[in-house]
Design a protein around this ligand. Structure first.
Ligand code: F0G
Length: 418
């Protein structure tokens, strides 16, 4: 077999990896399959060699399993990865351990950089001068930044008008992408971008492009490396278009097949109550996906009613004995505030996963004697309006000067009760 191929997840038809193709002839999704026995002939030697490579960037460190076919000189990196894994068990004593993998500490402040290092590098290898994505604001920021870092690449971004945060919007504009607001929701933008890329030679960089998924596998792999390859009982992750949970599952599966880890964790995918097509499907035994008109939510990055990677996601959920849950706006905002209070700034999409872990714990699904890793997907600073709104009383008091004092020591001492 070639080192890497595209393979249909439904009919197993294979395609050359060098081809620009997002779907099988039968219409279903493709995934990348590597012949890992070629890139990793001896898994134990590879595992040992990783220790000496900790200083290298994450993508290169794990490239043999992420995307071995990418030529070294085509790599476009902004030094993504090596994000912290915070142990917050002391503050949330509900589990044997709970750790937060903060993907919001990547260069564009979201996990999307992990997929874009692969996607944009591959576009660079293919010689694509124009790249495009539809986005709820984070894919667009990452694609715009990596396209800007590439030698000869123009980014084009389609955003649902009025549905992304000002910080996210400023990112794609300031990184120089052609940024277009479309009068629809994310699902509408996604349909449009698929139509466009079928007709014109513009390279699609949504996670529907299977190369993106390969880069995102690094999140789970790096987490396990940080845990010295000790597998937790659960990975909990927010779900929108369902690319990230698919990538997490695929990466963990490959590590297991290589014998680098000796057990599989369970997966929990979490959505909001107003945008929960995967949750509804889970409840009906994954018999079908009923696309929804996703309702507005503070977790605007996952306001998605028709997830493109649905089939890949349910395959991983079944393989990992997974569960899906949905949380309310109050639950997600209250948990955002609690994690922020630990000094860990998280976005409302990430707190969906935290709130989901707590709900699953309350319902007895995730037990007190289990080890849990929650994937935080973006930084709080990308969604500062949600923090300002949540803390609006204190913020208003400050703004209205009811909480401010004249600049003298006596006043300050009296406020501090000294
Ligand atoms: N969290 C954040 C912060 C996101 O931006 C996204 C998706 C997700 C979670 C869900 O990941 O789609 O792979 O299930 N954002 C995409 C975007 C849709 O365009 O930025 P998913």
């Amino acid at each position: 077999m070639a080192l890497s191929i595209f393979k249909c997840i439904y009919c197993n038809k294979e395609y050359d990896i060098q081809e620009i193709r997002y779907r099988c002839e039968c219409g279903d999704l493709l995934e990348v399959i590597h012949d890992l026995s070629q890139s990793i002939p001896n898994p134990n030697d590879w595992k040992k060699s990783l220790d000496g490579q900790m200083a290298d960037i994450a993508f290169r460190r794990y490239q043999a399993v992420l995307f071995p076919s990418l030529p070294e000189d085509k790599l476009i990196t902004l030094f993504e990865g090596d994000t912290p894994l915070y142990d917050v068990t002391h503050s949330i004593p509900r589990f044997k351990s709970i750790k937060l993998k903060h993907e919001g500490l990547n260069p564009t402040l979201s996990f999307k950089d992990r997929g874009m290092v692969a996607g944009v590098s591959w576009a660079n290898h293919l010689g694509c001068e124009n790249v495009i994505c539809a986005s709820t604001g984070d894919t667009s920021a990452a694609m715009a930044a990596y396209a800007a870092a590439a030698p000869n690449m123009k980014g084009i971004v389609l955003l649902p008008k009025g549905k992304i945060s000002p910080e996210q919007l400023a990112q794609s504009i300031s990184f120089g992408a052609l940024t277009i607001g479309i009068e629809t929701d994310f699902d509408g933008c996604m349909n449009l971008v698929q139509e466009l890329t079928q007709k014109h030679k513009i390279y699609l960089l949504n996670s529907m492009n299977p190369v993106r998924i390969e880069g995102q596998k690094a999140i789970g792999i790096e987490t396990l490396h940080q845990l010295n390859w000790q597998v937790p009982d659960w990975f909990v992750i927010p779900v929108g278009n369902a690319g990230n949970i698919s990538a997490l599952g695929k990466g963990l599966r490959e590590l297991y097949e290589l014998g680098i880890i000796d057990k599989l964790p369970r997966l929990a995918g979490i959505q909001t109550e107003g945008a929960s097509p995967l949750f509804e499907s889970f409840k009906n035994g994954y018999t079908k996906l009923v696309p929804q008109k996703a309702k507005p939510t503070k977790a605007s990055a996952i306001q998605i009613g028709d997830p493109v990677s649905y089939k890949k996601a349910i395959r991983e959920l079944k393989h990992f004995d997974g569960v899906v849950e949905a949380v309310s706006e109050k639950e997600l905002m209250d948990w955002k505030a609690q994690i922020d209070r630990l000094g860990i700034s998280i976005c409302p999409n990430s707190s969906v996963a935290v709130a989901g872990a707590m709900k699953l714990n309350r319902d007895g699904v995730i037990k007190e004697n289990e080890d849990v890793v929650v994937i935080l997907t973006a930084h709080g600073s990308k969604f500062s309006n949600t923090s300002v709104e949540y803390h609006k009383n204190s913020v208003n008091q400050f703004a209205n000067q009811t909480h401010t004092i004249p600049p003298n020591l006596k006043n300050l001492e009296s406020v501090l009760n000294l």
